[in-house]
Ligand binder design. Structure first.
Ligand code: CTP
Length: 470
């Protein structure tokens, strides 16, 4: 089969290859995505050269001109440059040979087939010739085209060898299966299961890149089901794996919180692309196993799981080398607040309770509401309808109060400095007491969220505390 990607960059590489008398091929992700017709606004192009990859990169960059700057990675023997929307990387074809007395392979220059052998999946081992004799021919020694057509992920060699070379490939298999909606072949899947423990030797950073790519897919539950099925999840995110299972006591069961969590994750994913909101969905019930109790006459309870769960977020983020900045604080906050909107409608929806929720959620209130609505996964249609109606009521109330009181971006209308100068006092705990009293009065609807009212209230509070203005 011949494919001719319509881009002048390939003509330029072909021209240089012919002049230098070396063979060049496009390989890997670009070929796979081109055949799949996937849209990539920005794309890496990997070029394999039967010869010196760095030298080839320099020659092609010179041919393009416009001051194209080549970056060389000496340790990897690769070189790359940017051209238009592309990042093009050049490498010499390599062969790996194992000797019986070393686990580390000896790397030597090789043929295009040798290079394809070393790759992770048949669909990633496809190459397109950029050589005059067969320009555009697809070099497919492992049936990658067949596997693309049949939506199958399979390793080119024995999966044990492919995964032993780089255990991260086990996660890549699951990531590609989720991204492309492919099936992992039985043999490859069985091998992942056998080797799952080996993922421990891979750095947290590399694992997290794959995890985030799975979370960013259209239906992330698919990837997480595979992670659990292959026993990778208990190693990389044991807290999530522990949510699985149902316990029965005195005829009372509880829902399987793993499956519930994945449903919530998919529900959130259908309403938002934001991977941090998706992380919140993944972790919202994370403390259910450790807070679980059976109470006679009531059944299973998970009291405080939202607070304990919020406390677990920094540790999980730190272990997975996820950012410990405002993104972590966002996830922690929403996990901690995820029961609040539902608690609101179970009691009476008072203005004061709505104001307090708005104050605590701030600008993330819409995300919190999306999470809470996604959290309704009951099979009972009557129950679902009732919950939805209740949430519609909360949303109406939120809108009404927000329009009136502007609590979402709450800033204290009276600052500490003003309190200090009003009473001629020194900074100290009493300033905090007055500030909190003003905030509570606003949230409870005692005074409006306005400066003059807050100032009057401050003077009143000060008097109660034995202070005199001036
Ligand atoms: N590769 C591999 N084993 C890995 C990583 C990469 O064999 N652990 C090979 C594959 O042939 C892959 C190519 O290197 O196609 C490029 O890798 P990378 O850029 O990480 O992935 P892509 O396949 O391009 O996919 P994506 O851009 O979606 O990550």
């Amino acid at each position: 089969m011949y494919i001719l990607p319509d881009d002048s960059i390939f003509e330029i590489i072909a021209r240089v290859a012919e002049r230098e008398e070396v063979e060049a091929y496009v390989i890997g992700g670009y070929v796979r995505d081109y055949i799949l017709g996937r849209e990539h606004p920005e794309k890496d192009i990997d070029i394999v050269v039967l010869g010196d990859g760095v030298r080839m990169a320099r020659n092609v960059a010179r041919e393009i001109g416009h001051g194209t700057k080549v970056t060389v990675f000496k340790t990897f023997g690769t070189a790359m440059f940017r051209s238009g929307i592309y990042e093009i990387e050049f490498v010499g074809a390599r062969k790996e040979s194992y000797s019986s007395n070393s686990r580390k392979p000896a790397i030597s220059p090789g043929s295009i087939e040798d290079d394809q052998n070393r790759r992770d999946f048949t669909i990633n081992a496809l190459a397109i010739s950029l050589n005059r004799k067969n320009f555009g021919e697809v070099i497919d020694p492992f049936g990658g085209l067949h596997d693309i057509k049949n939506k199958i992920l399979r390793t080119p060699l024995d999966p044990e060898a492919t995964f032993s070379d780089d255990p991260l490939r086990m996660m890549r298999a699951i990531r590609f299966a989720s991204q492309l909606d492919f099936t992992i072949s039985d043999e490859t899947l069985a091998s992942i299961k056998r080797n799952a423990e080996r993922i421990r030797i891979v750095s947290a950073e590399r694992i997290t890149v794959e995890l985030n790519k799975i979370i960013a897919t259209k239906s992330p539950s698919k990837g997480f089901m595979l992670l659990e099925e292959t026993d990778l999840l208990p190693v990389i995110l044991p807290e999530l794996s522990r949510l699985r299972g149902v316990e029965d006591k005195e005829g009372k069961g509880h829902k399987d919180n793993f499956h519930h969590t994945l449903m919530v994750l998919d529900n959130v994913a259908s309403g938002s692309e934001d991977i941090w909101l998706r992380w919140t969905a993944l972790l919202h019930d994370i403390a259910k196993p450790i807070t679980k109790k059976f109470v006679q006459g009531i059944g299973w309870t998970f009291h405080g799981h939202e607070f304990i769960g919020a406390k677990m977020v920094p540790e999980i983020f730190s272990r997975l080398k996820l950012p410990l900045n405002d993104r972590m604080r966002y996830v922690r906050k929403l996990v901690g607040l995820h029961l609040r909107p539902i608690a609101l409608v179970q009691d009476e929806v008072t203005d004061s309770a709505v104001r307090r929720l708005l104050f605590e959620a701030g600008d993330d209130i819409d995300d919190l509401m999306l999470l809470c609505e996604a959290d309704i996964t009951s099979g009972n249609r009557m129950k679902v309808r009732k919950h939805r109606e209740n949430f519609a009521l909360v949303r109406r109330k939120l809108k009404e109060i927000e329009e009136k009181d502007a609590i979402r971006t709450f800033q204290p209308p009276v600052h500490g400095d003003e309190i200090i100068s009003a009473f001629g006092i020194k900074p100290g705990p009493v300033v905090g007491i007055i500030k909190t009293a003003i905030k509570d009065a606003i949230l409870d609807g005692v005074i409006p969220n306005e400066h003059e009212a807050a100032r009057m209230y401050m003077l009143e509070k000060g008097k109660e505390l034995g202070l005199t203005p001036g």
